[in-house]
Ligand binder design. Sequence first.
Ligand code: CMX
Length: 435
Amino acid sequence: KNDLKQVLKSKVAAEQERIKKFRKEHGKFKVGEITIDMMYGGMRGIKGLVYETSLLDTNEGIRFRGLSIPECNEVLPKAPEGCEPLPEGIFWLLLTGDCPTEENVRWLSKEWSKRAKLPAHVLQMLENLPKDVHPMAQFVAGIAACSSESKFAKGYTEGMTKAQYWEYAYEDVMDLLANLPLIAAVIYNRFYKNEETCMKVDTSKDWSYNFAKLIGFDDPGFVEMLRLYLTLHCDHEGGNVSAHAVHLVGSALSDPYLAFSAGMAGLAGPLHGLANQEVLVWLSKLKQKLGESPSEDQIKGYVEETLKSGQVVPGYGHAVLRKTDPRYISQKEFAEKHFPDYPLYKIVSTLYKVAPPVLQATGKIQNPWPNVDAHSGVLMQYYGLTQMNFYTVFFGVSRAIGVLSALIWSRALGLPIERPKSMTTDALMELVKSS
Ligand code: CMX
Protein backbone atom coordinates (compact mmCIF):
# COMPACT_ATOMS: atom_id res chain seq x y z
CA LYS A 1 0.00 0.00 0.00
CA ASN A 2 3.04 2.28 0.15
CA ASP A 3 4.14 1.65 -3.41
CA LEU A 4 3.03 4.86 -5.07
CA LYS A 5 3.12 3.46 -8.58
CA GLN A 6 0.71 0.69 -7.62
CA VAL A 7 -1.58 3.17 -5.87
CA LEU A 8 -1.56 5.28 -9.01
CA LYS A 9 -2.18 2.31 -11.26
CA SER A 10 -5.40 1.61 -9.42
CA LYS A 11 -6.56 5.21 -10.08
CA VAL A 12 -5.55 5.67 -13.70
CA ALA A 13 -8.01 3.25 -15.34
CA ALA A 14 -10.96 4.62 -13.34
CA GLU A 15 -10.06 8.21 -14.18
CA GLN A 16 -9.65 7.42 -17.88
CA GLU A 17 -13.09 5.85 -17.85
CA ARG A 18 -14.67 8.79 -15.97
CA ILE A 19 -13.27 11.30 -18.46
CA LYS A 20 -14.26 9.19 -21.45
CA LYS A 21 -17.82 9.11 -20.26
CA PHE A 22 -17.82 12.84 -19.42
CA ARG A 23 -16.50 13.74 -22.87
CA LYS A 24 -18.99 11.48 -24.58
CA GLU A 25 -21.87 13.16 -22.79
CA HIS A 26 -20.65 16.75 -22.69
CA GLY A 27 -17.85 17.05 -25.24
CA LYS A 28 -19.64 19.82 -27.13
CA PHE A 29 -20.50 21.90 -24.05
CA LYS A 30 -19.35 25.55 -24.47
CA VAL A 31 -16.96 26.60 -21.70
CA GLY A 32 -16.62 30.28 -22.58
CA GLU A 33 -16.02 32.95 -25.13
CA ILE A 34 -12.78 34.37 -26.43
CA THR A 35 -12.51 38.07 -27.12
CA ILE A 36 -9.86 39.96 -29.04
CA ASP A 37 -8.74 41.64 -25.80
CA MET A 38 -8.12 38.22 -24.26
CA MET A 39 -5.92 37.28 -27.21
CA TYR A 40 -3.80 40.42 -26.90
CA GLY A 41 -3.96 40.24 -23.11
CA GLY A 42 -1.88 37.16 -22.38
CA MET A 43 -4.89 34.84 -22.74
CA ARG A 44 -6.20 35.90 -19.29
CA GLY A 45 -9.54 34.31 -18.55
CA ILE A 46 -9.44 31.79 -21.40
CA LYS A 47 -10.26 28.37 -20.00
CA GLY A 48 -8.16 26.32 -22.37
CA LEU A 49 -6.22 23.74 -20.38
CA VAL A 50 -6.97 20.60 -18.39
CA TYR A 51 -4.70 20.35 -15.34
CA GLU A 52 -5.76 18.08 -12.51
CA THR A 53 -3.53 18.67 -9.51
CA SER A 54 -4.61 22.11 -8.30
CA LEU A 55 -7.14 24.87 -8.94
CA LEU A 56 -6.88 28.58 -8.18
CA ASP A 57 -9.80 30.59 -6.85
CA THR A 58 -9.34 34.31 -7.45
CA ASN A 59 -10.36 35.15 -3.88
CA GLU A 60 -9.45 32.09 -1.85
CA GLY A 61 -6.16 31.24 -3.52
CA ILE A 62 -4.88 27.82 -4.42
CA ARG A 63 -6.46 24.49 -3.52
CA PHE A 64 -4.42 21.33 -3.86
CA ARG A 65 -6.76 18.51 -4.89
CA GLY A 66 -9.50 20.45 -3.16
CA LEU A 67 -7.58 21.28 0.02
CA SER A 68 -6.73 24.87 0.96
CA ILE A 69 -3.30 25.77 2.31
CA PRO A 70 -4.39 25.85 5.99
CA GLU A 71 -6.09 22.47 5.47
CA CYS A 72 -2.91 21.02 3.93
CA ASN A 73 -0.78 22.42 6.75
CA GLU A 74 -3.14 20.71 9.17
CA VAL A 75 -3.55 17.27 7.63
CA LEU A 76 -0.27 16.51 5.86
CA PRO A 77 2.21 14.36 7.80
CA LYS A 78 5.10 16.04 9.60
CA ALA A 79 8.67 14.93 10.35
CA PRO A 80 9.00 13.04 13.67
CA GLU A 81 10.55 16.12 15.31
CA GLY A 82 8.70 18.77 13.28
CA CYS A 83 5.47 20.77 12.99
CA GLU A 84 5.55 21.77 9.31
CA PRO A 85 4.09 19.66 6.50
CA LEU A 86 6.50 17.52 4.50
CA PRO A 87 6.67 18.20 0.75
CA GLU A 88 6.63 14.43 0.19
CA GLY A 89 3.06 14.55 1.51
CA ILE A 90 1.88 17.14 -0.95
CA PHE A 91 3.43 15.15 -3.80
CA TRP A 92 1.46 12.09 -2.73
CA LEU A 93 -1.69 14.21 -2.45
CA LEU A 94 -1.27 15.89 -5.85
CA LEU A 95 -0.45 12.67 -7.63
CA THR A 96 -3.09 10.39 -6.13
CA GLY A 97 -5.74 12.81 -4.91
CA ASP A 98 -5.56 11.12 -1.48
CA CYS A 99 -4.11 12.53 1.70
CA PRO A 100 -1.12 10.31 2.56
CA THR A 101 -0.53 8.49 5.82
CA GLU A 102 2.68 8.95 7.78
CA GLU A 103 3.81 5.59 6.51
CA ASN A 104 3.23 6.65 2.88
CA VAL A 105 5.34 9.73 3.40
CA ARG A 106 8.20 7.88 5.11
CA TRP A 107 8.18 5.46 2.18
CA LEU A 108 8.48 8.36 -0.24
CA SER A 109 11.34 9.99 1.69
CA LYS A 110 13.22 6.71 1.57
CA GLU A 111 12.42 6.13 -2.10
CA TRP A 112 13.75 9.57 -3.11
CA SER A 113 16.86 9.24 -1.02
CA LYS A 114 17.55 5.82 -2.57
CA ARG A 115 17.17 7.23 -6.08
CA ALA A 116 19.44 10.24 -5.44
CA LYS A 117 22.45 9.74 -7.68
CA LEU A 118 23.60 12.46 -10.00
CA PRO A 119 25.17 11.27 -13.27
CA ALA A 120 28.92 12.08 -13.40
CA HIS A 121 28.63 14.02 -16.66
CA VAL A 122 26.05 16.37 -15.11
CA LEU A 123 28.37 17.14 -12.23
CA GLN A 124 31.22 17.70 -14.64
CA MET A 125 29.15 20.00 -16.83
CA LEU A 126 28.05 22.09 -13.84
CA GLU A 127 31.63 22.31 -12.66
CA ASN A 128 32.73 23.59 -16.06
CA LEU A 129 30.19 26.42 -16.24
CA PRO A 130 31.56 29.91 -15.63
CA LYS A 131 30.57 31.19 -12.22
CA ASP A 132 28.76 34.22 -13.58
CA VAL A 133 26.07 32.05 -15.17
CA HIS A 134 22.92 32.73 -13.09
CA PRO A 135 22.01 29.82 -10.75
CA MET A 136 18.68 29.41 -12.59
CA ALA A 137 20.47 29.04 -15.95
CA GLN A 138 22.75 26.45 -14.32
CA PHE A 139 19.70 24.70 -12.88
CA VAL A 140 18.03 24.56 -16.31
CA ALA A 141 21.22 23.17 -17.87
CA GLY A 142 21.72 20.58 -15.11
CA ILE A 143 18.16 19.30 -15.41
CA ALA A 144 18.28 19.12 -19.22
CA ALA A 145 21.60 17.23 -19.07
CA CYS A 146 19.96 14.55 -16.88
CA SER A 147 17.82 13.70 -19.90
CA SER A 148 20.54 11.16 -20.78
CA GLU A 149 19.03 9.03 -17.99
CA SER A 150 15.44 9.25 -19.21
CA LYS A 151 13.56 5.97 -19.08
CA PHE A 152 10.70 7.66 -20.93
CA ALA A 153 12.93 8.61 -23.89
CA LYS A 154 14.48 5.13 -23.94
CA GLY A 155 11.06 3.52 -23.72
CA TYR A 156 9.81 5.63 -26.62
CA THR A 157 12.76 4.61 -28.79
CA GLU A 158 12.18 0.99 -27.88
CA GLY A 159 8.49 1.17 -28.77
CA MET A 160 6.58 1.52 -25.49
CA THR A 161 2.83 1.67 -26.00
CA LYS A 162 0.73 4.76 -25.34
CA ALA A 163 -0.82 3.03 -22.34
CA GLN A 164 2.66 2.71 -20.83
CA TYR A 165 3.66 6.39 -21.21
CA TRP A 166 2.66 7.39 -17.71
CA GLU A 167 4.57 4.56 -16.06
CA TYR A 168 7.81 5.58 -17.75
CA ALA A 169 7.09 9.24 -17.00
CA TYR A 170 6.53 8.26 -13.34
CA GLU A 171 9.99 6.65 -13.15
CA ASP A 172 11.66 9.75 -14.58
CA VAL A 173 9.72 12.06 -12.29
CA MET A 174 10.72 10.07 -9.20
CA ASP A 175 14.39 10.08 -10.27
CA LEU A 176 14.26 13.77 -11.08
CA LEU A 177 12.69 14.72 -7.74
CA ALA A 178 15.32 12.63 -5.99
CA ASN A 179 18.11 14.43 -7.83
CA LEU A 180 16.90 18.04 -7.81
CA PRO A 181 18.33 18.82 -4.35
CA LEU A 182 21.67 17.43 -5.53
CA ILE A 183 21.69 19.60 -8.66
CA ALA A 184 20.71 22.64 -6.59
CA ALA A 185 23.35 21.87 -3.95
CA VAL A 186 26.15 21.48 -6.48
CA ILE A 187 25.26 24.89 -7.91
CA TYR A 188 25.00 26.50 -4.45
CA ASN A 189 28.20 25.06 -3.04
CA ARG A 190 30.27 25.95 -6.11
CA PHE A 191 28.75 29.35 -6.68
CA TYR A 192 28.89 30.69 -3.14
CA LYS A 193 31.32 28.55 -1.21
CA ASN A 194 33.72 27.35 -3.87
CA GLU A 195 33.28 23.89 -2.42
CA GLU A 196 32.63 20.46 -3.80
CA THR A 197 29.37 18.89 -2.66
CA CYS A 198 29.39 15.84 -0.44
CA MET A 199 26.73 13.84 -2.26
CA LYS A 200 25.76 11.65 0.70
CA VAL A 201 22.05 11.48 1.37
CA ASP A 202 20.74 10.02 4.63
CA THR A 203 18.11 7.41 3.73
CA SER A 204 16.54 7.66 7.19
CA LYS A 205 15.77 11.38 6.77
CA ASP A 206 13.30 13.40 4.73
CA TRP A 207 13.87 15.24 1.45
CA SER A 208 14.07 18.73 2.97
CA TYR A 209 16.43 17.66 5.76
CA ASN A 210 18.77 16.14 3.20
CA PHE A 211 18.52 19.18 0.93
CA ALA A 212 19.39 21.52 3.81
CA LYS A 213 22.32 19.31 4.82
CA LEU A 214 23.65 19.19 1.25
CA ILE A 215 24.01 22.99 1.25
CA GLY A 216 25.52 23.06 4.72
CA PHE A 217 22.49 24.05 6.84
CA ASP A 218 21.67 21.89 9.83
CA ASP A 219 19.77 24.38 11.98
CA PRO A 220 16.46 22.59 12.75
CA GLY A 221 14.65 25.92 12.30
CA PHE A 222 15.96 26.22 8.74
CA VAL A 223 14.95 22.63 7.98
CA GLU A 224 11.42 23.28 9.24
CA MET A 225 11.21 26.48 7.19
CA LEU A 226 12.39 24.58 4.11
CA ARG A 227 9.72 21.89 4.61
CA LEU A 228 7.04 24.58 4.64
CA TYR A 229 8.60 26.50 1.75
CA LEU A 230 8.90 23.41 -0.47
CA THR A 231 5.30 22.50 0.29
CA LEU A 232 3.86 25.96 -0.37
CA HIS A 233 5.50 26.63 -3.74
CA CYS A 234 4.63 23.27 -5.31
CA ASP A 235 1.77 24.10 -7.66
CA HIS A 236 -0.49 26.97 -8.78
CA GLU A 237 -2.80 25.40 -11.36
CA GLY A 238 -1.79 24.96 -15.00
CA GLY A 239 -1.75 28.32 -16.74
CA ASN A 240 1.20 30.01 -15.02
CA VAL A 241 4.37 30.19 -17.08
CA SER A 242 6.31 27.36 -15.43
CA ALA A 243 3.41 24.88 -15.28
CA HIS A 244 2.22 25.73 -18.75
CA ALA A 245 5.71 25.40 -20.24
CA VAL A 246 6.15 21.93 -18.71
CA HIS A 247 2.72 20.91 -19.96
CA LEU A 248 3.36 22.25 -23.47
CA VAL A 249 6.81 20.77 -23.94
CA GLY A 250 5.73 17.48 -22.35
CA SER A 251 2.87 17.28 -24.85
CA ALA A 252 5.41 16.86 -27.65
CA LEU A 253 6.54 13.75 -25.70
CA SER A 254 9.83 15.42 -24.85
CA ASP A 255 10.97 13.52 -21.76
CA PRO A 256 10.18 14.84 -18.24
CA TYR A 257 13.73 16.21 -17.80
CA LEU A 258 13.45 18.35 -20.94
CA ALA A 259 9.89 19.40 -20.18
CA PHE A 260 10.81 20.41 -16.63
CA SER A 261 13.91 22.33 -17.71
CA ALA A 262 11.66 24.35 -20.06
CA GLY A 263 9.41 25.17 -17.11
CA MET A 264 12.40 26.29 -15.06
CA ALA A 265 13.52 28.62 -17.86
CA GLY A 266 10.10 30.25 -17.47
CA LEU A 267 10.26 30.37 -13.68
CA ALA A 268 13.51 32.33 -14.07
CA GLY A 269 11.64 35.39 -15.40
CA PRO A 270 11.29 38.46 -13.12
CA LEU A 271 7.51 38.59 -13.53
CA HIS A 272 7.27 34.96 -12.36
CA GLY A 273 9.58 33.08 -9.98
CA LEU A 274 12.50 35.48 -10.11
CA ALA A 275 10.28 37.95 -8.27
CA ASN A 276 11.42 36.40 -4.96
CA GLN A 277 14.97 37.49 -5.77
CA GLU A 278 13.72 40.88 -6.99
CA VAL A 279 11.84 41.43 -3.71
CA LEU A 280 15.03 41.00 -1.71
CA VAL A 281 17.06 43.23 -4.03
CA TRP A 282 14.34 45.86 -3.67
CA LEU A 283 14.19 45.45 0.14
CA SER A 284 17.98 45.71 0.37
CA LYS A 285 17.89 49.01 -1.51
CA LEU A 286 15.12 50.18 0.80
CA LYS A 287 17.25 49.36 3.85
CA GLN A 288 20.29 51.04 2.31
CA LYS A 289 18.29 54.18 1.78
CA LEU A 290 16.15 54.25 4.91
CA GLY A 291 18.02 52.14 7.47
CA GLU A 292 16.99 49.00 9.39
CA SER A 293 13.87 50.46 11.04
CA PRO A 294 12.14 52.89 8.67
CA SER A 295 8.81 54.51 9.56
CA GLU A 296 5.51 53.69 7.87
CA ASP A 297 5.60 56.97 5.97
CA GLN A 298 9.12 56.36 4.71
CA ILE A 299 8.16 52.90 3.44
CA LYS A 300 5.06 54.29 1.75
CA GLY A 301 7.22 56.95 0.07
CA TYR A 302 9.59 54.24 -1.18
CA VAL A 303 6.69 52.35 -2.82
CA GLU A 304 5.49 55.57 -4.45
CA GLU A 305 8.98 56.31 -5.78
CA THR A 306 9.23 52.82 -7.26
CA LEU A 307 5.98 53.32 -9.12
CA LYS A 308 6.96 56.80 -10.24
CA SER A 309 10.17 55.48 -11.74
CA GLY A 310 8.09 53.12 -13.90
CA GLN A 311 9.14 49.93 -12.12
CA VAL A 312 6.93 47.22 -10.68
CA VAL A 313 6.71 46.69 -6.93
CA PRO A 314 8.00 43.12 -6.75
CA GLY A 315 5.97 40.63 -4.75
CA TYR A 316 2.72 42.51 -5.27
CA GLY A 317 0.00 41.83 -7.82
CA HIS A 318 -1.11 38.67 -9.57
CA ALA A 319 -2.48 37.64 -12.93
CA VAL A 320 -5.35 35.64 -11.40
CA LEU A 321 -5.50 36.15 -7.61
CA ARG A 322 -7.48 39.10 -6.30
CA LYS A 323 -6.77 38.82 -2.55
CA THR A 324 -3.71 38.30 -0.37
CA ASP A 325 -2.03 35.08 -1.43
CA PRO A 326 -2.62 32.40 1.27
CA ARG A 327 0.96 31.25 0.65
CA TYR A 328 2.02 34.72 1.82
CA ILE A 329 -0.15 34.36 4.93
CA SER A 330 1.27 30.95 5.72
CA GLN A 331 4.83 32.28 5.56
CA LYS A 332 3.80 35.30 7.64
CA GLU A 333 2.42 32.97 10.33
CA PHE A 334 5.71 31.07 10.34
CA ALA A 335 7.67 34.33 10.77
CA GLU A 336 5.30 35.51 13.49
CA LYS A 337 5.83 32.25 15.38
CA HIS A 338 9.62 32.05 15.03
CA PHE A 339 11.00 35.59 14.68
CA PRO A 340 8.37 38.30 15.27
CA ASP A 341 11.01 40.92 16.10
CA TYR A 342 13.31 40.38 13.11
CA PRO A 343 13.72 43.89 11.58
CA LEU A 344 13.33 42.72 7.98
CA TYR A 345 10.10 40.91 8.88
CA LYS A 346 8.84 44.14 10.42
CA ILE A 347 9.56 46.03 7.20
CA VAL A 348 7.71 43.38 5.20
CA SER A 349 4.75 43.58 7.59
CA THR A 350 4.63 47.37 7.32
CA LEU A 351 4.68 47.05 3.54
CA TYR A 352 1.62 44.82 3.77
CA LYS A 353 -0.11 47.73 5.48
CA VAL A 354 1.05 50.62 3.31
CA ALA A 355 1.67 49.22 -0.20
CA PRO A 356 -1.83 48.00 -1.18
CA PRO A 357 -3.53 51.44 -0.93
CA VAL A 358 -0.71 53.01 -2.97
CA LEU A 359 -1.00 50.33 -5.65
CA GLN A 360 -4.79 50.58 -5.60
CA ALA A 361 -4.61 54.33 -6.11
CA THR A 362 -2.96 53.85 -9.53
CA GLY A 363 -6.35 52.63 -10.71
CA LYS A 364 -4.85 50.12 -13.11
CA ILE A 365 -3.39 47.34 -10.94
CA GLN A 366 -5.93 44.53 -10.73
CA ASN A 367 -4.61 43.07 -7.50
CA PRO A 368 -2.85 45.32 -4.97
CA TRP A 369 -2.17 42.47 -2.53
CA PRO A 370 1.07 40.56 -1.88
CA ASN A 371 1.86 37.26 -3.59
CA VAL A 372 4.01 34.35 -2.41
CA ASP A 373 7.27 36.03 -3.44
CA ALA A 374 6.78 39.02 -1.13
CA HIS A 375 7.64 36.90 1.91
CA SER A 376 9.79 33.92 1.04
CA GLY A 377 13.14 35.73 0.89
CA VAL A 378 12.69 37.05 4.43
CA LEU A 379 12.47 33.49 5.77
CA MET A 380 15.69 32.59 3.96
CA GLN A 381 17.47 35.73 5.18
CA TYR A 382 16.57 35.07 8.80
CA TYR A 383 18.27 31.67 8.75
CA GLY A 384 21.38 33.05 7.06
CA LEU A 385 20.71 32.00 3.50
CA THR A 386 21.46 35.45 2.18
CA GLN A 387 22.38 34.71 -1.44
CA MET A 388 19.27 36.07 -3.07
CA ASN A 389 19.99 35.05 -6.63
CA PHE A 390 19.66 31.46 -5.46
CA TYR A 391 16.11 31.88 -4.16
CA THR A 392 14.36 30.96 -7.38
CA VAL A 393 16.20 27.63 -7.40
CA PHE A 394 14.38 26.73 -4.16
CA PHE A 395 11.14 27.77 -5.81
CA GLY A 396 12.02 25.51 -8.75
CA VAL A 397 12.77 22.47 -6.59
CA SER A 398 9.36 22.88 -5.02
CA ARG A 399 7.52 23.62 -8.28
CA ALA A 400 8.73 20.25 -9.59
CA ILE A 401 6.32 18.52 -7.20
CA GLY A 402 3.20 19.94 -8.80
CA VAL A 403 4.10 20.30 -12.44
CA LEU A 404 5.61 16.83 -12.64
CA SER A 405 2.62 15.21 -10.91
CA ALA A 406 0.49 16.94 -13.52
CA LEU A 407 2.79 15.71 -16.29
CA ILE A 408 2.32 12.09 -15.21
CA TRP A 409 -1.45 12.61 -15.36
CA SER A 410 -1.24 14.26 -18.78
CA ARG A 411 0.42 11.12 -20.10
CA ALA A 412 -1.98 8.86 -18.20
CA LEU A 413 -4.94 10.65 -19.74
CA GLY A 414 -3.40 10.48 -23.20
CA LEU A 415 -3.57 14.25 -23.72
CA PRO A 416 -2.42 15.14 -27.24
CA ILE A 417 0.27 17.50 -28.46
CA GLU A 418 -0.79 21.05 -27.61
CA ARG A 419 -1.43 23.23 -30.64
CA PRO A 420 -3.75 26.23 -30.20
CA LYS A 421 -4.59 28.29 -33.28
CA SER A 422 -2.85 31.63 -33.62
CA MET A 423 -4.04 34.55 -35.73
CA THR A 424 -2.39 37.56 -37.35
CA THR A 425 -3.82 41.02 -36.65
CA ASP A 426 -4.87 41.24 -40.31
CA ALA A 427 -6.69 37.93 -40.07
CA LEU A 428 -8.44 39.08 -36.89
CA MET A 429 -9.49 42.34 -38.57
CA GLU A 430 -10.83 40.35 -41.48
CA LEU A 431 -12.77 38.15 -39.07
CA VAL A 432 -14.35 41.21 -37.44
CA LYS A 433 -15.21 42.72 -40.85
CA SER A 434 -16.85 39.61 -42.16
CA SER A 435 -18.95 38.99 -39.05
N1 CMX B 1 3.79 47.11 -9.42
C1 CMX B 1 3.61 48.02 -10.38
N2 CMX B 1 2.74 47.86 -11.41
C2 CMX B 1 2.02 46.73 -11.42
C3 CMX B 1 2.14 45.75 -10.42
C4 CMX B 1 3.08 45.96 -9.40
N3 CMX B 1 3.29 45.07 -8.44
N4 CMX B 1 1.28 44.74 -10.72
C5 CMX B 1 0.65 45.08 -11.87
N5 CMX B 1 1.11 46.27 -12.29
C6 CMX B 1 0.73 46.99 -13.52
C7 CMX B 1 1.07 46.12 -14.73
O1 CMX B 1 2.46 46.24 -15.06
C8 CMX B 1 0.13 46.70 -15.77
O2 CMX B 1 0.67 47.91 -16.21
P1 CMX B 1 0.54 48.37 -17.75
O3 CMX B 1 -0.94 48.37 -18.03
O4 CMX B 1 1.15 49.73 -17.75
O5 CMX B 1 1.29 47.37 -18.55
C9 CMX B 1 -1.12 47.00 -14.94
O6 CMX B 1 -0.66 47.14 -13.58
C10 CMX B 1 -2.18 45.93 -14.99
O7 CMX B 1 -1.60 44.70 -14.62
P2 CMX B 1 -2.46 43.54 -13.93
O8 CMX B 1 -3.54 43.16 -14.88
O9 CMX B 1 -2.84 43.96 -12.55
O10 CMX B 1 -1.39 42.38 -13.77
P3 CMX B 1 -0.85 41.35 -14.84
O11 CMX B 1 -1.76 40.19 -14.85
O12 CMX B 1 -0.56 42.01 -16.14
O13 CMX B 1 0.54 40.94 -14.21
C11 CMX B 1 2.06 40.32 -12.52
C12 CMX B 1 0.64 40.16 -13.06
C13 CMX B 1 2.26 39.34 -11.36
C14 CMX B 1 3.09 40.03 -13.61
C15 CMX B 1 2.21 41.79 -12.00
O14 CMX B 1 1.31 42.02 -10.94
C16 CMX B 1 3.62 42.13 -11.58
O15 CMX B 1 4.46 42.50 -12.41
N6 CMX B 1 3.93 42.00 -10.23
C17 CMX B 1 5.26 42.22 -9.73
C18 CMX B 1 6.12 41.01 -10.02
C19 CMX B 1 5.73 39.82 -9.16
O16 CMX B 1 5.58 39.92 -7.96
N7 CMX B 1 5.61 38.64 -9.79
C20 CMX B 1 5.38 37.40 -9.08
C21 CMX B 1 4.00 36.79 -9.30
C22 CMX B 1 3.87 35.44 -8.60
C23 CMX B 1 4.71 34.41 -9.28
O17 CMX B 1 4.40 34.06 -10.45
O18 CMX B 1 5.68 33.93 -8.70
